[in-house]
Design a protein around this ligand. Structure first.
Ligand SMILES: [Zn+2]
Length: 105
């Protein structure tokens, strides 16, 4: 009989230190197809492939979070446009002289 021990989730936090100004963050990388060498396009430094993969993963997560936030904002904006359109239509119907309900006797 096996026994399962539950573990609580613990987020992995990678300590990041701010780079001094003027130091390249190596955000644009070049992959050399021969030899598996990774270099920075901006400063031409040779980078550790694992570091490059980690940086790309982090950038991908940031981009996905940004897309999620923008998608949410777009949905809220669409809903607001629909609300305002409905209010405008109701206002136009009330003010229209061709509308029999708004004509005076
Ligand atoms: Zn660089």
């Amino acid at each position: 009989m096996s026994r399962v021990i539950p573990f609580r989730r613990v987020p992995v936090i990678i300590e990041k230190r701010a780079l001094p100004s003027g130091v390249c963050a190596h955000r644009r990388i070049r992959l050399e197809p021969h030899g598996g060498v990774v270099t920075c396009v901006d400063c031409n430094a040779t980078l550790a492939p694992f570091w490059a993969l980690s940086m790309l993963s982090e950038q991908y997560s940031l981009a996905m979070s940004q897309i999620e936030r923008l998608t949410t904002r777009l949905s809220l904006a669409d809903a607001r446009v629909l609300e305002l359109s409905a209010e405008l239509d109701a206002f136009a119907r009330k003010e229209s002289p061709s509308n029999p309900s708004s004509t005076e006797p």
